[in-house]
Design a protein around this ligand. Structure first.
Ligand SMILES: NC(=O)c1ccc[n+]([C@@H]2O[C@H](COP(=O)([O-])OP(=O)(O)OC[C@H]3O[C@@H](n4cnc5c(N)ncnc54)[C@H](OP(=O)(O)O)[C@@H]3O)[C@@H](O)[C@H]2O)c1
Length: 174
C-alpha cells in the first residue's frame, strides 16, 4: 500500500525540493518530469488526421468478423461502422446472450446494426452455412476478419497436447 511518486529531474538544474514531497502520488506509476521550472506528465491523446487517408474499406461494405463479439472484434466493428457505415456480421460459438445483445444495441446507435450468427468457425459445415446465410442476406462480402481466439496460455513444455490443439485449432482450422 505504498504511495509512490516517480520524479525525473535534470541532474544539473536546481531542484524544487519542497514540491517533490507535495506532488500527489500516481497510482499507475507514471513519472513527473521537471524541466525548465515546469512539471510535465505523460498522457495519451487521440491523434486526429485532417486529411482523409487512402483506404481499402468500402463505404457501406459488408464485413464478416469471426469472433466479432469479443473485445477486439467489438472495437474494430465500432471503427468501421462509425467511419464507413459498414454492415458487420459477427460469428461466434455462443448463443446470442444479453451481453452480445448489449454490444449490438450500443453499436446500432452509431450506424448499421451488426448481426450475429452462431457458428463454430473451426467446423467447415457450420462455417459454410454461415457463409450461405450471409450471401443470401447481404450479397457480396467485402472483407473478413479473423478475430477468434481460445485463450489457453501455458508454457509449451507444461502443456498437454489436447490443450495445445484446442488453442491452435481456432487459428489454423478457421
Ligand atoms: N486482446 C489482446 O490483447 C490481443 C493481443 C494480441 C492478439 N489478439 C488477437 O485479437 C483477436 C481477438 O482477441 P480478443 O482479445 O478480442 O479475444 P476475445 O475477447 O476472447 O474474443 C474472441 C472471440 O472469438 C470467439 N471464438 C472463439 N472460438 C471461436 C470459434 N471456433 N468460432 C467462432 N468464434 C470463436 C469467441 O466467442 P465464442 O466463445 O462465443 O465462440 C470470442 O468472442 C485474436 O485473434 C487474438 O489472438 C488480441
Amino acid at each position: 500500500h505504498w504511495k509512490i511518486r516517480v520524479i525525473d529531474l535534470e541532474s544539473l538544474a536546481s531542484w524544487p525540493i519542497q514540491e517533490l514531497f507535495t506532488l500527489p502520488s500516481d497510482a499507475d506509476g507514471n513519472p513527473y518530469v521537471y524541466r525548465e521550472q515546469q512539471w510535465h506528465q505523460q498522457e495519451l491523446v487521440p491523434v486526429r488526421y485532417n486529411q482523409q487517408e487512402e483506404t481499402l474499406y468500402k463505404t457501406g461494405g459488408v464485413y464478416v468478423v469471426i469472433g466479432g463479439a469479443g473485445g477486439i472484434g467489438e472495437v474494430w466493428s465500432e471503427y468501421v461502422i462509425r467511419m464507413y457505415e459498414a454492415k458487420v456480421i459477427w460469428i461466434g460459438r455462443r448463443e446470442k446472450d444479453a451481453n452480445i445483445q448489449a454490444k449490438i444495441d450500443r453499436l446500432a446507435s452509431i450506424g448499421p446494426t451488426p448481426s450475429y450468427i452462431m457458428a463454430d468457425a473451426t467446423d467447415q459445415e457450420e462455417l459454410y452455412q454461415a457463409y450461405e446465410e450471409i450471401k443470401q442476406q447481404y450479397g457480396p462480402i467485402h472483407g473478413i476478419v479473423h478475430s477468434a481466439i481460445v485463450l489457453l496460455d501455458k508454457s509449451l513444455a507444461n502443456m498437454e497436447e489436447e490443450r495445445f490443439r484446442a488453442g491452435l485449432r481456432v487459428k489454423v482450422d478457421v
